[in-house]
Every structure is written in C-alpha cells, then in structure tokens.
Design a protein around this ligand. Structure first.
Ligand SMILES: Cc1ncc(COP(=O)(O)O)c(C=O)c1O
Length: 407
C-alpha cells in the first residue's frame, strides 16, 4: 500500500498550506526532483557529449540515464526512441514539421478530433495550409466522448494521419488509445497520441497501444518545465529529416552538406536542457516507485468523491463523463456555476487559497463550440491531493454561491 498522505510531505510547496487543484496545467515538484537539479548545478555542471573530463562524462551519463528511465516508463523498446524537446507542444509540432512535411501531399486528409488541446490542432492546421491538405475532426458524443461511429466514418476518407488526445484536459475523458489506434492502422493512417494528460497519471504502454508517435511533457509529471518527450517507432525516426540543424545533431559537416547523427541525437540540435532532463529522470523514478496503477486508483477515488459531491449541489454543472463512468475519466473535473463567470469562480477560490483554472484551457473549439460555453472552471488532481482538498473546493463553491446569491 502506498501512503499518499505521507507523500504530500515530499512536496515542499504544499507545506505553505495551499490547496493545489491545477495539476493539469502543471504539477508540483517533489524534493527529489528539486534536489536532482540542484545537485547537477552544484556538483557536475558541464555540457554533455563534449568534454573528456569527469563532470562532463557524469552529466552525459545522467542525461542518457534519464532517457532510459523515460523509455522504460512508457515501455519503449529503446532510449533511442526518446527525443527530448521542450514540451508536448514541440513534440507534436516536430511530427507535423518532419514526418508531415515529407508525407502529406495536396488533397490528403489529416484527421484529428474536436476534443484536442490547441497543441494537437494548430500544428495540423499549419501543415494542412502549407500542403493544401484537408483537416477533418472526429465529433464528440453527449459532450463527453469521442463519437466512435463518426471516427469509423472519417477513417473511410483514408486519412494519412490520425492525431488524438489520450485524455482530454477539459472533459477528463480517457480515450481508448489502443482501440482507436487499431482502427486507424487498419485504415492505413499513422497514429499520433497526445499523452500530455495520460502519461503523468496512469500506466501507458506504447507497445500495447502500438501508436506511431506519442508526445508528453515533464512539467505535468513532477519534472521541470522546458523538457518533453517525442516517442516514435524507430523506422519512422530513421526516415524522418531533422527540423533544426546545428551542433550535436550531425555526424559530418562539410561546406557543401551534412550527415546526421544517430538516434535520438539527430533531433536534438544544440545544447539541450540538461538540468531538465536530469530532473525529469528523478521525476520518472519517483512516479515509478509510487506505481502508476496506485496513482491512477488514488486519483480515481478522489475524482469519484468530487463528482458525487458536485452532483449534489444545485446550479452546479459538471462537464464530461458522468460519475457512473468514472472508469472513463481521469482526475480532471470541469464545472460551472449557473450565472457566474468562471473567472469570478477562480478569484473567489483563490481568496480561499484554492488554486483552480478557469478559461478555455487551450481547447477553445471544444469549450466554445461543443460545450457552448465561454469558459469552464476546472479542478485537476494528482497523487498529492486528498478528499480534504476537494472539501476545500466545495466550501469555495458555497462561498461563490453566497456572494452571487445563487440557490
Ligand atoms: C491534452 C494536452 N495536450 C497538450 C498540452 C500541451 O502541453 P505543453 O504546454 O506542456 O506543451 C496540454 C497542456 O495543457 C494538454 O493538456
């Protein structure tokens, strides 16, 4: 049994007494991650791959070790399939700019969904404009789930690529990544999974899902910001061209032309985020020790508790899968209070020292066109949250209702 109550002590920022319910935006960091970054700067700060001296070799070793930990964490075959980028957004852009640039032609169909974060929508819009391709979107059913019939229908248009989110950052919906990938492959499409909200919170296995590409960010999974992962199948990475040129990504350079370094370095031009990678390694270690199944179960229980309580409050609307469908929901709960703007909700929560997010959550089409709202308020949970945090949020909702005289 993992003692999640005790684990709260690993997060120095929580000692300040704040209730943090915005982990879908970014997570808090345990002392082990903060210390790993500090240790690097204090004891072995050096560039990687270059110096033939001890601290440079140690920094290189730690950087590669971080990739090995990340590969194991998602069950990738090899660390060479782990490309470090700045964040999930950059990983998705890299696929569009490299694989997309070479493989998408005029008139081709690119398929994504109406559930996406802008990071998994705008890069495909840009690619479609550049190439004269057609961008199509899978519909959402009951304002909660991907419409699988519509997906199957859109797959008959023979898209070259399907890019979808594993977990919605607005609705909390967990999509059946394995099932969707299978359908897309059968239709001949390559598959990109935006795992920014799944890899931090549940076991994710790239071999089992069989996706071609996967993107996620360190900062949402206890690690530092400024570092993220693009995972891809090896043959795809091998045939892809680099997007950025410069140091480290080359094997040879002449005045006329250059040749590329081995994977994954071919895609990592210039000095990378070394301390970020080292901190990320520490984060992956921390999560692995806690056990991703345990984390998922812990968050599921808190989410169910929150959903049940919210459903009992008049004039509060919860978006996404219903409480009976908790299996299909990650620890993300978007809600609204009738007659109150979500930004006012957030401000009153803040007065109560409860941090939540209000807005379109970088999913403007989903919020404004599918949910038909200008914005929503969102609580999101992580391993360091407990039912008391939910109770604090419920008290803040009561305060909002009192102030706005909502019954
Ligand atoms: C589903 C989803 N995809 C992509 C992103 C982008 O992540 P980042 O800003 O770390 O690139 C986010 C961030 O909120 C997200 O929730």
């Amino acid at each position: 049994m993992v003692d999640f109550e005790n684990a709260r002590k690993d997060f120095p920022i929580l000692e300040k007494g704040m209730v943090y319910l915005d982990s879908a935006a970014t997570s808090q960091k345990p002392a082990s991650v903060i210390n790993a970054v500090n240790e690097y700067y204090k004891n072995y700060n050096a560039n990687i791959h270059r110096g033939i001296y001890k601290i440079s070799e140690l920094a290189t070793e730690k950087y590669v070790e971080s990739k090995k930990l990340a590969a194991k964490f998602i069950n990738a075959e090899n660390y060479e399939q782990i490309v470090y980028v700045r964040n999930a957004t950059e990983a998705l852009n890299l696929v569009a700019l490299s694989w997309g640039e070479r493989n998408i032609k005029q008139g081709d169909v690119i398929l994504t969904t109406k559930m996406e974060h802008h990071s998994n929508m705008v890069p495909w819009q840009l690619l479609a404009i550049r190439k004269g391709a057609k961008l199509e979107y899978v519909d959402i059913k009951d304002k909660a789930e991907l419409d699988m019939e519509d997906l199957e229908e859109k797959l008959t248009h023979s898209p070259k690529i399907l890019a979808f989110t594993h977990v919605s950052n607005v609705l909390g919906t967990i999509n059946d990544a394995k099932g969707i990938t299978k359908l897309a492959h059968r239709a001949g499409a390559k598959v990109v999974v935006d795992a920014a909200q799944s890899v931090p919170h549940m076991p994710v296995d790239v071999k089992e899902i069989d996706c071609d590409f996967m993107a996620f960010s360190s900062h949402k999974m206890l690690g530092p910001s400024g570092i993220g992962v693009l995972y891809a199948k090896r043959n795809l990475l091998e045939e892809m061209e680099p997007v950025l040129g410069g140091g480290d990504m080359i094997r040879t350079v002449s005045f006329e032309k250059s040749t590329w370094n081995d994977l994954p370095w071919k895609f990592e031009a210039g000095t990378p985020n070394i301390e970020g990678a080292i901190g990320f390694g520490a984060a992956v270690k921390y999560l692995s020790e806690m056990g991703m199944n345990n984390i998922r179960e812990h968050e599921k229980a808190i989410t169910k508790y929150a959903m049940e309580k919210l459903n009992g409050i008049s004039n509060v609307q919860v978006y996404g899968p219903t409480v009976e469908n908790t299996e299909k929901r990650a620890g993300v709960v978007s809600f609204g209070i009738r007659g109150v703007h979500p930004h006012d909700i957030s401000s009153i929560f803040d007065e109560e020292n409860v941090a939540i997010r209000s807005g379109h959550h970088c999913a403007m089409p989903l919020v404004t066109s599918v949910l038909n709202e200008p914005a929503t308020s969102r609580m999101s949970f992580y391993l360091y949250n407990n039912e008391k945090d939910v109770d604090a949020a419920l008290n803040a909702i009561n305060k909002v209702k009192r102030i706005f005289k909502i019954s």
